[in-house]
Write a protein that binds this ligand. Structure first.
Ligand SMILES: Nc1ncnc2c1ncn2[C@@H]1O[C@H](COP(=O)(O)OP(=O)(O)OP(=O)(O)O)[C@@H](O)[C@H]1O
Length: 348
């Protein structure tokens, strides 16, 4: 039952990903087939993912409340939001791990409610929960996924080796996963998801709990594979800096709804223009004013409007603007201690 404010939630278009197919990658052959298909996907103009009116309730709790999304082939799309926003539930509906009780989800045109196996074959999924077995080697873990995802037997060994190479784990491949660092485990889970050559890779908080170097390494691997294959990536994250740096477009989700959608630059620029307008300052040349609900009056402790209008907003400022008041109280902010500890514990 969505009653989104159209001025704030209407999807805004932005430049899609420029897919670089020249990246030299050890695991390039992981998705050689995908490369062909991705070019066809892009040429056809079909969306990699479409959600329309997606809704999901856990009993009385409306976790996803009328989500509309269109992710283009080849782009890195970020689903951002605080704990409890509904990101994981939406992702689980898209991956067919949960049903689609209301609304529609399509992955490269396949209906997630009616063509579950076809959708699953198109997807790679790295969940928040640990998906690697600590008692197996890295290679054995990836081989297990190759079997589960029906990689043809005669191709398996090569595909496993390519997936491990793609995430820079060749040297450590025959060590037990329990000897891996948190960053290595994340990269191993990425290899598990890549071994089936997915056309849409879904990553739920891929870097939470990792140190900055490990975070960068995970993103570099994702980007290398994407550059080599044209794979589409849908990622959830709490880290606004990562979204800014790595996502072509983002959707800001709060209380089950998409509150804003666009490139990070567009969303920041929209907020800057709204602030400038509210403060009576002429917008910079080229600024696109977009319809939005009036900003609330500043509280006595708020920065003055003129100082706000002068500051360059961050993506987190945009989120606070579209989510309204009470974000911290309702959601625990962007680095919710509970979730961070839970997930950090699993990779630490
Ligand atoms: N299995 C469940 N049973 C009941 N309620 C649930 C269940 N899973 C999620 N919820 C509720 O649904 C809402 C959305 O949760 P969801 O996990 O999708 O949010 P999220 O944005 O992914 O949060 P996080 O960043 O913590 O993973 C929350 O109110 C949550 O408490």
């Amino acid at each position: 039952m969505s009653s989104e404010d159209p001025g704030r939630s209407a999807p805004r278009t932005g430049p899609g990903a420029a897919v670089d197919s020249t990246g030299a990658l050890p695991g390039r052959a992981v998705a050689a087939d995908t490369e062909q298909v991705s070019a066809a996907d892009r040429a056809s103009g079909a969306d990699a993912l479409t959600c329309h009116g997606l809704r999901y309730d856990f009993g009385e709790t409306r976790a996803v409340d009328g989500v509309d999304l269109a992710v283009r082939p080849g782009e890195v799309f970020g689903l951002l939001g605080p704990n409890g926003a509904g990101k994981t539930t939406a992702i689980r509906c898209i991956t067919t791990l949960l049903p689609v009780p209301v609304g529609m989800v399509r992955v490269f045109g396949r209906d997630a409610a009616r063509e579950r196996m076809a959708v699953r074959r198109l997807l790679g999924y790295v969940p928040q929960q640990l998906s690697a077995d600590s008692g197996l080697t890295g290679r054995e873990n990836v081989a297990l996924f190759a079997r589960v995802f029906d990689v043809p037997r005669r191709e398996r060994a090569a595909r496993v080796a390519q997936a491990l190479a793609a995430v820079n784990l060749t040297v450590a491949a025959d060590r037990l996963a329990k000897t891996y660092s948190g960053g290595m485990i994340r990269r191993l889970e990425l290899a598990q998801a890549l071994v089936s050559a997915p056309r849409l890779l879904m990553l739920d908080e891929p870097t939470i709990g990792l140190d900055p170097i490990a975070r960068t390494s995970v993103w570099e691997r994702i980007n290398e594979v994407r550059a080599a294959t044209g794979m589409t990536v849908l990622v959830t994250t709490h880290y606004m800096d990562e979204a800014e740096q790595y996502c072509d477009r983002v959707a800001l989700m709060h209380q089950g709804r998409i509150r804003a959608l666009g490139t990070p630059g567009e969303l920041r620029e929209d907020l800057r223009a709204r602030r400038a307008r509210t403060a009576g300052t002429p917008a910079a040349p080229g600024t696109a004013f977009t319809p939005a609900s009036p900003s609330p009056s500043p509280s006595p402790s708020s920065p003055s409007l003129s100082s706000l209008s002068a500051a360059e907003p961050t993506l987190e400022d945009v989120f606070r603007d579209v989510a309204g008041t009470g974000l911290d109280e309702q959601s625990g902010g962007f680095r919710d201690v509970r979730s961070t500890r839970r997930t950090a514990a699993r990779v630490g």
